[in-house]
Design a protein around this ligand. Structure first.
Ligand code: ATP
Length: 343
């Protein structure tokens, strides 16, 4: 049985529909990220799960109990916000003890240990770094031993290095405590590295729910293809006989599309190859050094620009630079085709 079940959640603010029929089941012990662009409804959905806002329609079940109308304190979760939200006039220890029924010094010490800050109990939040404040917020959320942890962009206010460390600590805590965790983020790298499953959202609905590897390899829509990871999206036309026409070439694929239908062909930069026998002629516009590989920007006639990744060694062999003429292999087994062109 699912630990958390959302069924047909809708949320309207006046005339504006922020969530439109969202349904989702989460297993106990799962780490799920809500990922999507600004304004897609991630935080609205999290706040509805938390009972901080009420859905306009639909139901929320937690641990087999219908919580659709239950107040937050009956939903057994801990929550951490982007802004830390610690009480500035309370010591760290009192902040952590805040959610406990009785002031339990032992539990507070245990929580401070858990987040790796055992000696900071007497400080005030203003005397801590952002990363430390967020770890205290985490300790406070976890002190009452909730089974569900809700995280609303908890890492966005932190610098890159602290973000990386805390990201790992959050996942380790989740595993160690056997929590069920939902994290809202607009950072795809965060979602890809942390989540068991990612819920990709757009305009108030779910585009895809899948593991990070599945989302990356098999995006379910043009939106997901363009939103997660680098992707070349090339405009083409279906022939109606199981092939597509791209810049004068006819390539296999596109079953189910009608003749003349506009389609988008999607290849990741690492899936295209520079190959003397490749189908497509292109000119190198620029080459960017990215450490273990280079990303070349190419132009091919009316197709416009697209990117291709070339490993360091191959790059040395090819000696590519701006103006080089190349041929590009278009592997149809790596091709994803979607209806329409990007808006
Ligand atoms: P972000 O990443 O920018 O925080 P989000 O995906 O979390 O975005 P939400 O905060 O859930 O998005 O907001 C979804 C939409 O609902 C947005 O268009 C937002 O402007 C709107 N919205 C959110 N809260 C309210 C409110 N109280 N009144 C009116 N509109 C709201």
């Amino acid at each position: 049985m699912a630990y958390l079940s959302l069924t047909n959640i809708e949320k309207s603010y006046g005339q504006f529909r922020a969530l439109d029929g969202v349904s989702l089941d989460m297993e106990e012990g799962e780490f799920v990220c809500f990922l999507g662009p600004s304004g897609c409804g991630k935080t609205s959905l999290l706040r509805i799960i938390a009972g901080l806002d009420r859905q306009s329609a639909g139901t929320v079940e937690i641990a087999g109990k219908d919580c659709s109308n239950a107040p937050p304190e009956q939903r057994d979760y801990g929550i951490v916000f982007q802004s830390y939200a610690l009480f500035p006039n309370m010591t760290v220890a009192r902040n952590v003890a805040y959610g406990l029924r009785s002031r339990d010094e032992g539990r507070v010490a245990e929580m401070l240990d858990l987040v790796g800050l055992p000696d900071l109990g007497d400080r005030y939040p203003g005397q801590l770094s952002g990363g430390q404040q967020q770890r205290i917020a985490l300790a406070r959320a976890l002190a009452p031993s909730p089974r569900l942890l809700l995280l609303d962009e908890p890492l966005s206010a932190l610098d890159a290095r602290v973000r990386l460390t805390l990201r790992r600590q959050i996942r380790a805590l989740h595993d160690r405590l056997g929590l069920t965790t939902i994290m809202v983020t607009h950072d795809q790298e965060e979602a890809l590295t942390l989540a068991d499953r990612i819920v990709v959202m757009n305009h108030g609905h779910i585009e895809q729910v899948a593991t990070p590897a599945e989302i990356y390899a098999r995006p379910a829509s043009l939106f997901v293809a363009g939103f997660v990871g680098a992707m070349n999206i090339l405009p083409a036309t279906a022939t109606g006989r199981g092939s597509v026409r791209l810049a004068g070439l006819e390539l296999a694929g596109g079953q189910g599309f009608a003749e003349g239908e506009a389609v988008s062909l999607c290849w990741r930069p690492e899936d295209l190859t520079i190959d003397a026998a490749g189908e497509l002629e292109a000119l190198v516009e620029s080459v960017e050094f990215l450490g273990p590989f280079h990303r070349a920007t190419l132009r091919a006639g009316d197709l416009g620009c697209f990117a291709i990744d070339v490993g360091a060694e191959r790059m040395r062999d090819l000696g590519l630079s701006g103006g080089s003429a190349v041929r590009i292999g278009l592997p149809v087994d790596r091709l994803r085709i979607f209806a329409g062109h990007p808006s």
